[in-house]
Design a protein around this ligand. Structure first.
Ligand code: ADP
Ligand code: ZN
Length: 730
């Protein structure tokens, strides 16, 4: 019997017979399996001698797809762990671990539709063609430039979206040809020699020595203030591994995975990394994945999902910016790539390094308890000093459109001295609220319990929760009187800055201004080269970037997190402020950070400015210990959403009753209650929180609960999920 994982939302394995005739597919190979009336790709997890199913109920696979296993037993073990832990259905985990083409049953070495210019095409009269049919001429020229091997159809679609229509007459004239070619294989040669590293300072050297103490499993936290040279320390350790022909897997946040990081790795290590991120075509992704699996790539760099990438000869895993939320998948299959990095390193018996200037309390607590080694880089590397930080009390210096006088003056001063300014506001759009001056009515979303954001550029009201939008109201929909935007978003702030700094180049960076593919890389590159005087934007600007000329950071609305309802609010706020502050003064000019707040007396500021992240973290940990929040307990959040509030609540009541009946009293059950934003996109949302100091207790309960929930009749009306170690409580 073959035990198969199939990508369907059922948390079990499926029993099948091997395909008739031929060899029995090994674990890690894909097969085609009849499933209902269709067929599905299954991956063989294991072989078994028998089945609990009746013999006549067991169907046979129709074909074997792979002769040799795609995934090794070590990789299957990580997949099984992920599925046991959360527990998402194993078929979904396997699907996440495979590039989309393999999920669809395509070969590991697929051929792809390729277009090339023929000899006739190359000798065609280009000038005449350019006059009569400029589009055709453009396409032909592009393909001639691509050379005899031609260009993959997918890539062509990216460059010239309408190429198929344009190509038709060119095919008829015999100027172009079409064939299936094997996609190009990954080549590690970068063609550039590695540049010499800087000589490490004492702190870096100590950290590196500690890292070098083990080639076996050990978890390290590299805790270094922004600009302390963490990346240089990783690079040195990566270099060790690569020289020994071992592979290094680097996980980075999506936004951190800019061409700059990749270029830095290439430059310093002298090899081409295999890069896995969301901007790749399916073929490119498969090619990088294959290079990791075969060992052709010694350096594999990717976002969250690349934690599942198979590695032939793994030596080291690095998670850069460990605190970043993008490591946790929040939809569908919920997993934390950071936590899985540790599991995987342990399974493979190799070291793992987590790096951050603002480590999460979970990881810090592991260090306190001695499970992870805490390595500190307390000072900036090279000549850079830490930025000075000070508050602007908004009660004394009120802001207009987000901009207070002291902040405006500071911008003037820094620009005058040849610096660059970054103004941070984690709220896009023009204003978060549209309010009526007469009756006080606030424009709300019809489908969510939320306000609509004013977007002035597009003249719209938009819901940031469900994406709904409509034309901006000119008058109040309730009473017909004048309405006005209240509060500020990045658009409004940009306008205020433009009005004040007329001759300066101002660039806004948020998800609205960078929707086009490649736009974010372009803006960041411009900013790095110093082409912008003032950058204004959301947390997209704060992550890991190095803007050499930047000396001033302004935090416009720092108060959002001071009274947050989530137990992580304080930790979050300290992280986001210190990360953006860390962009200031990274080279030889002194950096300055101004924080606008209406609560200048709040003790949070004294802690943050006086004691830095270390003190914020210490206090927060003490508080969490008292109140019994993570990392001192573990949480699982069960969410349910339905058109009818009653259905969602009843579904969770069944879950609660089951848990209360079966678990011991070390498990606390809170709820079910409405979610903090109860209605979203037309559905009512409710939640049930399970809390225990024993991970095993939680784990055991969830293992029994999931099948029960899958079988509930209501489960068809209710969308539900189990989130273990949730990072948001709504
Ligand atoms: P982090 O990753 O901690 O933010 P980086 O490794 O990016 O820090 O280093 C910040 C800056 O300091 C970079 O420009 C880097 O080249 C430089 N740098 C790092 N280590 C040294 C060193 N030992 N000597 C001189 N410059 C250094
Ligand atoms: Zn909405």
């Amino acid at each position: 019997i073959l035990k198969l994982a199939i990508n369907v939302p059922l948390s079990r394995e499926f029993d099948y017979l091997p395909p008739p005739g031929g060899a029995i597919p090994m674990p890690g190979c894909r097969v085609w399996a009849p499933f209902g009336r269709r067929r599905q790709v299954g991956i063989v997890l294991a072989h078994a001698d028998g089945s609990t199913l009746a013999a006549d109920k067991i169907r046979a696979c129709s074909d074997t797809i792979d002769e040799t296993p795609l995934l090794s037993t070590a990789e299957l073990r990580l997949i099984r762990f992920t599925s046991d832990y959360d527990p998402p259905p194993i078929g979904e985990v396997v699907a996440a671990a495979l590039p989309v083409l393999l999920r669809q049953g395509r070969s590991l070495h697929p051929t792809v539709e390729t277009i090339a210019a023929t000899a006739n095409g190359e000798s065609a009269d280009a000038e005449t063609l350019a006059r009569r049919a400029p589009k055709q001429a453009e396409l032909l020229e592009f393909l001639i430039d691509s050379g005899g091997a031609g260009c993959e159809a997918d890539r062509l679609t990216e460059e010239l979206p309408n190429w198929r229509r344009v190509a038709k007459p060119l095919f008829e004239k015999g100027y172009l040809e079409r064939f299936d070619a094997r996609a190009a294989d990954f080549d590690e040669q970068s063609g550039v020699a590695a540049v010499e590293p800087p000589s490490l300072n004492d702190d870096q050297q100590n950290a590196l020595s500690a890292l070098r103490s083990s080639d076996e499993f050990a978890a390290f936290l590299l805790d270094g203030v922004t600009g302390s040279g963490k990346t240089e320390v990783y690079l040195a350790r990566m270099d060790d591994m690569i020289r020994q022909h071992k592979q290094v897997l680097v996980l980075a946040p999506e936004i951190g995975l800019t061409p700059q990081l990749v270029a830095r790795l290439r430059r310093r290590l002298g090899i081409e990394p295999a890069v896995l991120h969301s901007g790749l075509s399916d073929i490119e992704r498969l090619s990088a994945w294959r290079a990791a699996r075969s060992g052709a790539a010694r350096l594999v760099v990717g976002t969250r999902s690349s934690i599942f990438t198979p590695l032939k000869n793994p030596g080291l895993i690095i998670v850069d910016e460990e605190h970043d939320h993008s490591f946790k998948q929040q939809e569908g299959l919920r997993y934390s790539a950071r936590d899985l990095a540790i599991v995987r390193a342990k399974q493979l018996d190799i070291p793992v390094i987590l790096g951050s200037a603002t480590p999460t309390l979970e990881i810090l607590q592991h260090c306190v308890e001695g499970r992870y080694q805490h390595l500190s880089l307390p000072a900036r590397a090279g000549g850079a000093r830490p930025p000075t930080m000070r508050l602007v009390d908004l009660l004394r210096s009120p802001a207009t459109d987000g901009l207070s006088e002291p902040l405006a003056e500071a911008i003037q001063r820094h620009l005058g001295a040849g610096g660059q300014a970054l103004i941070f506001l984690n709220r896009r759009g023009f204003a978060p609220t549209l309010i009526c001056g007469s009756c006080g009515h606030i424009a709300g979303c019809h489908r969510c319990d939320s306000r609509l954001t004013v977007h002035a550029r597009s003249n719209e009201l938009r819901c940031h929760h469900c994406g709904a939008s409509r034309k901006l109201d000119e008058t109040c929909v309730e009473c017909g009187n004048a309405v006005r935007p209240l509060g500020e978003g990045t658009e409004r702030l940009e306008e205020a800055l433009r009005a004040r700094f007329k001759d300066q180049v101002i660039m806004r960076v948020d998800s609205d201004s960078t929707q086009r593919k490649g736009a974010i890389e372009e803006v960041l590159d411009q900013a790095k080269q110093g082409h912008a005087d003032i950058l204004v934007g959301t947390q997209m600007l704060s992550k890991g970037h190095h803007f050499p000329k930047l000396t001033l950071v302004g935090v416009v609305n720092a108060d959002q997190g001071l009274f947050g309802t989530d137990f992580r609010s304080g930790e979050r706020m300290a992280q986001s402020i210190l990360q953006v502050a860390g962009r200031a003064g990274r080279e030889n000019r002194q950096g300055e950070v101004l924080i606008q707040t209406a609560f200048a007396e709040h003790s949070f500021w004294q802690t943050l400015i006086g004691g830095g992240y270390e003190e914020v973290a210490e206090k927060a940990l003490a508080e969490r210990r008292l109140t019994g929040w993570p990392p001192f307990t573990r949480l699982a959040l069960i969410r349910a959403a339905a058109h009818d509030r009653k259905d969602a609540l009843e579904f969770l009541e069944v879950a609660r009753d089951f848990v209360v009946r079966t678990a011991d009293d070390t498990l606390r059950v809170l709820g079910p209650v409405d979610a903090p934003m109860a209605r979203k996109a037309g559905r009512y949302r409710a939640q049930l929180l399970l809390q225990s100091s024993q991970r095993k207790v939680l784990h055991a309960v969830l293992g029994r609960l999931r099948p029960l929930l899958e079988e509930q009749k209501k489960s068809r009306k209710v969308r539900w999920s189990i989130d273990v170690d949730p990072i948001e409580l709504f």
